[in-house]
Design a protein around this ligand. Structure first.
Ligand SMILES: [Zn+2]
Length: 386
């Protein structure tokens, strides 16, 4: 045992020696190559490191003039121009590189991508789209598709966005169900707005096929059913949100209340919305439940619902609803506690520079280190008077 350990002790320094030698050889190689470079490169590099892009660009322009055939240098220069916002100069360099020829196919594709990014930065969207589409099916496709997808979304070209997102899924292996379903919802909403009911229905189906948890699809589907004179189907669409993502119930609660009341389904809706409020106790669900309960069961039932709501989930909004409905305030202790919580937050100080809140006043912000950024006013006073 002991002998083996000694043997290892001898090996460790040997490894260190080898590593040291390897490092020396690498450094010598770098130094030898560096000696062949003109001093101007180092000047440019130095300026770039010290973030003086203005002068670094001047130096690189001089160098590029002297070495026209150096593609890497031209690309570096064009990249600098784009970063500085001089997109026209970046475009010219990339176009010249492509026109001069002498690039192999892969290099040409890389330059085409750079040119497309120049056009995007310059706001020339049509030309950017043209160049990016040229890269579909090439080695640069994975880099070209994300900006192409953003571009289609910005131009609201949803069908093309869907095709592009699908293609991205294929080549990267990363599914994008939420994005694609939202694109379909945009198609559906557009069709709905233009009274194309068949188109809207098909797009809603496609959205749900892409992401069966897409609540927005059922929101639109319900509106569509209602317009087609089928309130039962509309209510069924909105109720599906509960199993898809209960957190989105506040978005459909009001619609359910309104539609159920208009079509004589009030009592069923009252029970349904009471249940929703237990799951997602937000003021939107409470308002919807209150509206139906008031209409179907009367004032006393509405007050009872509010009292229960304030007791179970105390919130300032719930208490304010209680006051609106003329309820006598039963539980002063709850109200005092709620007000205490809120006033603690409202009585903080807030940094003008970064928004950091603190309980005491600071001359220097503990978050962003700026001086004299704390107004001597509490948050509530800032909100009211500014
Ligand atoms: Zn700050």
């Amino acid at each position: 045992m002991l002998e083996i350990e000694y043997w290892w002790l001898a090996v460790v320094p040997a490894f260190f020696a080898l590593g040291w030698a390897a490092a020396r050889i690498d450094i010598r190689q770098v130094i030898r190559e560096a000696r062949d470079l003109p001093r101007a490169y180092f000047r440019a590099l130095n300026l770039l490191v010290s973030e003086d892009t203005e002068r670094a660009t001047d130096v690189l322009v001089e160098l590029a003039r002297a070495e026209r055939g150096n593609t890497e240098l031209q690309l570096a220069l064009a990249g600098l121009f784009r970063r500085k916002g001089e997109t026209d100069r970046a475009i010219r360099i990339h176009q010249n590189l492509l026109a001069e020829g002498g690039l192999d196919t892969e290099a040409k594709q890389k330059v085409t991508l750079e040119l497309a990014l120049d056009f995007l930065a310059a706001g020339l969207l049509d030309r950017a789209e043209g160049e990016l589409r040229r890269l579909v099916g090439t080695s640069q496709e994975a880099r070209a598709l994300p900006p192409l997808l953003n571009l289609y979304a910005a131009e609201r070209e949803w069908q093309k966005a869907i095709e592009t997102a699908r293609r991205l899924e294929e080549i990267t292996g990363h599914p994008r169900p939420h994005e694609i379903a939202q694109h379909w919802c945009e198609v559906a909403q557009h069709a709905f707005n233009h009274s194309d009911d068949a188109g809207a229905a098909a797009a809603v189906e496609a959205a749900l096929a892409a992401n069966y948890k897409c609540t927005r699809a059922n929101l639109i589907g319900g509106r569509l059913a209602l317009r087609q004179g089928d309130p039962t189907r509309a209510l069924a669409c909105w109720q599906r949100v509960e199993s898809q993502n209960a957190e989105d119930l506040p978005l459909v609660a009001g619609l359910i209340a309104e539609t159920a009341l208009a079509h004589g389904n009030g009592q069923a809706a009252a029970n349904l919305l009471r249940g929703y409020w237990q799951q997602v106790p937000t003021v939107d669900v409470l308002d919807a439940a209150l509206r139906v309960v008031l209409a179907v069961e009367g004032e006393d039932a509405a007050r009872a619902l509010l009292a229960e709501a304030v007791l179970q989930r105390p919130s300032i909004l719930a208490v304010s609803r209680q006051l609106e409905h003329g309820s006598p305030l039963g539980d002063i202790a709850t109200l005092r506690q709620l007000l205490g919580q809120h006033t603690r937050r409202l009585s903080q100080y807030r940094c003008k520079a970064c928004g950091f809140r603190a309980r005491s006043h600071y001359w220097q912000c503990p978050a962003c280190s700026a001086w004299e950024t704390y107004p001597a006013r509490r948050v509530e006073e800032l909100n009211i008077y500014d």
